[in-house]
Design a protein around this ligand. Structure first.
Ligand SMILES: Nc1nc2c(ncn2[C@@H]2O[C@H](COP(=O)(O)OP(=O)(O)O)[C@@H](O)[C@H]2O)c(=O)[nH]1
Ligand SMILES: [Mg+2]
Length: 243
């Protein structure tokens, strides 16, 4: 019967880095069932940030990036002997468990049913990493513009009319419509426009060497939660020593 496990040998090529993208399944329904605030629910964002930190501690990726219900995980080394089924299933289930464990720190309403995330593997060359994350960041920005746009239109019109109106508008038009109504998207917090990043940084610890009676400095890694990301570029990834 072992022969029937035809996918278990499916392996990711060793040469590449990989990005894992996990995405909440039917989180549109979850959002309405647990009354998430529109367009951005800070409790939900903080919960997703805690999940990202759990992922960072468990799998030691060099970078984790999230917005909305998706999380992107950059691994420069491929875990689980490169086995695709293993990586997809373990990372998706770990994410779901972390979300469920951390959930009650932010919400009183119990989860109405088990939640889940899917996971996909994207092999990338080193020189494509910044481009990938910029692509996701552009999506975060589109999501922000549309989110504020539909939230504003629904405050004035029926749901159907709001949806009809927004589908005829380009990003630039939504920006302008909001601006004319006193909502300047440029003033919105950076994490809503550009997402949140998680990576390790080094902290300087001032100490004292008792034997030699001299001051000494040691360094400790800590997880940095970056809520003020720049627009992604090769420079960001090089300077942060991520790639
Ligand atoms: N109200 C609210 N909903 C959110 C928030 N973040 C994510 N969502 C919901 O999560 C969905 C994520 O999009 P997508 O993955 O395409 O939809 P899914 O297939 O239903 O998971 C969005 O459409 C929103 O409905 C938030 O901060 N507030
Ligand atoms: Mg989703």
């Amino acid at each position: 019967m072992k022969d029937y496990e035809i996918y278990s040998d499916l392996k990711i090529p060793k040469s590449s880095s990989i990005i894992l993208r996990v995405d909440g399944r039917s989180f549109h329904n979850l959002a309405s069932k647990i009354d998430l605030i529109k367009p951005y629910d800070e409790n939900f964002a903080n919960l997703m940030a805690d999940v990202c930190e759990d992922i960072l501690k468990e799998f030691s990726p060099s970078f984790v990036y999230t917005f909305s219900d998706e999380i992107n995980i950059l691994l420069n080394e491929i875990p689980f002997n490169q086995r695709l089924e293993k990586i997809d299933s373990v990372v998706a289930s770990f994410t779901s468990s972390s979300f469920t464990l951390n959930y009650s720190n932010y919400f009183e309403k119990p989860l109405y049913k088990p939640i889940s995330f899917d996971c996909r593997v994207i092999p990338v060359n080193k020189n494509e990493i910044a481009e990938y994350f910029k692509w996701r960041q552009d999506e975060a920005w589109r999501n922000c513009v549309n989110g504020y746009g539909i939230w504003f239109l629904k405050s004035k019109y029926s749901s159907k009319e709001a949806n009809d109106r927004i589908s005829g508008l380009k990003g630039k038009d939504i920006h302008e419509m909001l601006f004319n109504e006193g909502i300047n998207l440029n003033d919105v917090e950076n994490w809503k426009k550009r997402g949140m990043g998680f990576y390790k940084k080094q902290k300087e610890i001032a100490g004292f060497n008792k034997k030699e009676m001299t001051p000494n400095t040691t360094y400790r890694n800590y997880i940095y939660r970056d809520l003020d990301l720049p627009i992604f570029s090769d420079r960001f990834f090089n300077e942060m020593d991520i790639i």
